[in-house]
Design a binder for this molecule. Structure first.
Ligand code: MN
Length: 493
């Protein structure tokens, strides 16, 4: 048996009679449990003959679930979270906790001051050819929408054009800071060419930067998206407001699915009664028992508009599965608005779109609890659509120049998932990371490898796959057993 405590382990015991794998499986799992090395046990439900080389569906699903989470653990390890700036507006998740990244994810935190953007813009430390290509693409593909500011307060055309150029440079610079760029060493900047080996990052923005300069919204949106002026590519994970805990949650979703992620404020619970009072409209279908308004400028990927399709339904796909026509549809569904100057005095461009309904999604969030450590919460659900006038009335009560997702978590009638209101009421922070598909089970498997307990989820019990040692901490109350197991094993690094 493998004894490396950092290597995620799984053992498949063949369900047969001639050479029973069950005995080996039980023996080795007992050994792993006794030695404090958590391992996943895989045992097929149906008896197979010894010459049968097929892998049954239930075994397949467990092997793949283990592999997805194990790969996520491996891909994070040794990489960085790049904090660009400090704490945004006092948001707790933006107080970047180095110990969390180091001890739980095997990552490091690198930090830069936002003045680095100004130095690189002023000294032209970016690929100028790429900038020309990018700004041309942006002018063609990113149409400007309505300016939300009073006419006398609006920025001039000249200022707005300047903001576009500045925003595109910020995007190039943030990417180069994260992953480096060989082109920079050709122009004499060898150190800058290296980058920070960052698999995720965050940009403070508010308030000092955005009070004076164009905000980071364009940069955050385009980096989080599966395409740009260079074509389709893997999305980068960039958390707005440097909310590193939402960034880490986005990273989990991205590593498990290879898709882009939505970053949102969990802004409003709309009950059916409130919608009726404000709009006169009676909710129907998925939305009938109320919904959550997810909205934030910046880090919401353009993929989040739901204009990609899988099996005839709205989807967010890995970049290599996205059709060229779907890229165009995402761009067509989006308008770019100069910032509401009350929020962002320095201008900049935010996206507006609304997510198509009937897309399966999972919202998650890591929170840090003093005396306990990190904990994860998960809500699977579906996006919803409202009639246009109802949509606009609700959307315009908050910030109409930001992208909106109406989200209905799947309720179970009990605990934190008693109803939609309870989900809102139990959510542990102001933000959530939203991933395509129902990935709660994979998130739980990943969290168990990293020893992060899950305190609130609506994943069906029979889909949950954790190391077999977790059973020894209690089989009646799985949530408490998870907490105890994570405490006993401690962080992975
Ligand atoms: Mn926010």
């Amino acid at each position: 048996m493998d004894m490396d405590p950092r290597m995620p382990k799984a053992v498949w015991g063949f369900n047969g009679t001639e050479k029973p794998g069950a005995v080996y499986l039980a023996a080795v799992l007992a050994a792993y449990t006794q030695k404090g090395l958590p391992a996943f046990g895989i045992y097929g439900r149906d008896v197979q003959d010894s010459k049968d080389t097929t892998v049954p569906e239930d075994v397949k699903s467990k092997i793949l679930g283990f592999a997805r989470a194990g790969l996520a653990v491996a891909l994070m390890q040794g990489k960085s979270y790049l904090a660009m700036g400090g704490v945004s507006m006092g948001i707790a998740g933006s107080i970047v906790d180095h110990n969390f990244f180091e001890s739980y994810l095997g990552m490091r935190v690198e930090t830069i001051d936002m003045t680095e953007f100004i130095r690189r813009i002023d000294k032209e430390i970016y690929d100028k050819d790429e900038f020309e290509k990018a700004i041309k693409w942006v002018k063609e593909k990113c149409p400007e929408g309505e300016d939300p500011n009073k006419p006398e307060k609006q920025r001039t055309r000249e200022e707005k054009d300047g903001d576009w150029g500045f925003s595109v440079k910020m995007a190039l610079i943030a990417r180069d800071l994260m992953i480096g760029n060989d082109k920079l060493s050709e122009i004499g900047y060898g150190e800058e060419a290296l980058g920070h080996n960052a698999i995720a990052s965050g940009f403070q923005g508010q308030r000092q930067w955005t009070d004076h300069f164009p905000n980071g919204d364009f940069m955050e949106t385009i980096l989080n998206t599966s395409f740009d002026w260079n074509g389709k590519r893997a999305p980068h994970i960039v958390a707005t407001e440097n909310d590193s805990l939402n960034g880490a949650s986005m990273l989990f979703g991205n590593l498990l699915t290879n898709t882009a992620q939505i970053f949102s404020d969990v802004r409003t619970y709309w009950s059916a009664e409130s919608v009726k009072r404000v709009t006169g409209y009676e909710l129907t279908g998925d939305l009938k028992d109320g919904f959550l308004h997810l909205i934030n400028s910046g880090s919401t990927t353009l993929d989040g508009c739901g204009q990609q399709t899988k099996d005839g339904k709205p989807a967010m796909k890995p970049f290599w599965e996205i059709e060229d026509s779907e890229v165009e549809k995402c761009l067509d569904a989006t308008t770019w608005h100069t910032s509401a100057l009350g929020y962002f005095r320095g201008g900049g461009y935010s996206t507006r779109f609304s997510t198509r309904g009937n897309m399966l999604v999972t919202m998650s969030r890591i929170n840090i609890v003093k005396g306990l450590g990190p904990v994860l919460q998960i809500a699977e659900g579906v996006t919803g659509e409202l009639p246009e006038d109802v949509h606009n009335t609700l959307d315009e009560r908050t910030n109409p120049t930001w992208p909106t997702t109406w989200f209905v978590p799947r309720t179970t009638g009990k605990g934190a998932f008693k109803d939609v209101y309870s989900v809102m009421n139990n959510w542990g922070a102001n933000h959530g990371a939203i991933s395509y598909g129902h990935i709660g089970a994979d998130l739980i498997t990943l969290a168990s490898m990293l020893r992060i307990p899950v305190f609130m989820h609506n994943v069906n019990e029979d889909k949950i796959f954790r190391p077999s040692a977790w059973n020894s901490f209690g089989t009646e109350n799985r949530e408490s057993a998870d907490y105890k197991a994570c405490e006993v094993y401690g962080s992975l690094y």
